[in-house]
Write a protein that binds this ligand. Structure first.
Ligand SMILES: Nc1ncnc2c1ncn2[C@@H]1O[C@H](COP(=O)(O)OP(=O)(O)O)[C@@H](O)[C@H]1O
Ligand SMILES: [Mg+2]
Length: 316
């Protein structure tokens, strides 16, 4: 039996949970590509960490039955790295550059020139007329505005990822348990879902933590006591907030709203605060979780010091 949560990941669109708008866009683009006998359109995948961008990129490659080449933006440190990647791909292959906002300006420029001319470039200069294949480029990013406008313009599809509902997350966790052959008490999954901050990666991580607790006690099935123990060990409260998010909210409650001030108190780079910590806590206030967010605000405004006291039993 697999013991790693990522040993069983969806490989087809039908197995993806939620993101209905994105899935519909992708299904249409796949049908169009097959009708034309062409490749999948270049696409930009935009959304917070852990919402399923990389997952979708690999599913597109499976659905198109093509080879999948995946790299992290920060691992492309020279035009040589970029050219090696582009030369490796064959017609209709999928190249996925994750964290594409980490690509420097030179690489981004070389990339869109290469797409236009289907040749390799060094910066703006054509080095050699080496032709490259007619592949699909997928760029994933948490911040599309860190990409050069001309590069963004060449992405025909923009796929925007939203937070998942608790019901979608519970279903996603159930599918994953089934695929892994993990035995889990049905009441555990909704409890994990409401503490996942709308994010599959966080839900799956907590599920893995629950299993770890269960196995440490020699049990095979994941039960509510394992879940409760895992929340304590991981310091996850009734709203799914961890120590950093709790501290972030108490800083807000104390009146600091400037990003650089909050980041320096938290001891984190401003980018991490805006991309990771704030993603859910801020989106929360306008979304279906308004009530929960208000509860957090009231709670923290009244008593910012009681960060750790929400307790995993608390009804959000
Ligand atoms: N719609 C989905 N259905 C099933 N599993 C998903 C879905 N979205 C994300 N996941 C799972 O959540 C985890 C994080 O997804 P990932 O693609 O790495 O996020 P991102 O690239 O946006 O940071 C992975 O284990 C992935 O398999
Ligand atoms: Mg990713």
């Amino acid at each position: 039996m697999p013991i790693e949560i990522n040993d069983a990941r969806p490989s087809s669109l039908a197995h993806l949970v939620g993101q209905k708008a994105v899935v519909a866009q992708v299904a249409t683009a796949i049908d169009a590509a097959f009708e034309d006998g062409g490749r999948f359109d270049h696409g930009l995948l935009v959304g917070g960490p852990g919402l399923g961008k990389s997952q979708l990129a690999s599913v597109i490659a499976c659905e198109m039955a093509t080879e999948f080449h995946e790299v992290l933006g920060q691992s492309i440190t020279s035009i040589g790295d970029l050219n090696a990647l582009l030369l490796e791909a064959k017609d209709k292959d999928i190249i996925h550059i994750d964290e594409a906002h980490q690509l420097d300006r030179r690489s981004q420029t070389a990339l869109y020139l290469a797409l236009d001319k289907q040749c390799l470039f060094a910066g703006k200069r054509l080095v050699q007329p080496i032709p490259i294949a007619n592949f699909t480029l997928l760029l994933s990013t948490t911040d599309e505005f860190c990409l050069l406008q001309p590069l963004r313009d060449r992405m025909k599809l923009t796929l925007r990822f939203e937070f998942y509902s608790d019901e979608e997350l519970a279903l996603l966790l159930r599918h994953r348990c089934r695929a892994l052959g993990w035995d889990v008490a049905p009441e555990v999954l909704p409890l994990i879902a409401v503490r996942s901050r709308g994010t599959p990666r966080l839900g799956l991580r907590l599920l893995q933590a629950c299993r770890r607790v269960g196995r440490s006690q020699g049990d095979h099935a994941i039960t509510v006591p394992h879940f409760e123990r895992a929340c304590i060990l991981e310091q996850i409260d009734g709203l799914g907030l961890g120590p950093v998010e709790r501290k972030y909210l108490s800083i807000l409650a104390e009146g600091s709203t400037r990003l650089n001030v909050i980041a320096s108190i938290l001891g984190l780079p401003t980018r991490t605060v805006s991309d990771v910590t704030e993603q859910y806590t801020v989106a929360d206030r306008q979304s279906q979780r308004k009530a929960e967010a208000r509860f957090v605000r009231t709670h923290y405004t009244r008593s910012p010091s009681c960060c750790g006291d929400l307790g995993f039993q608390g009804t959000p």
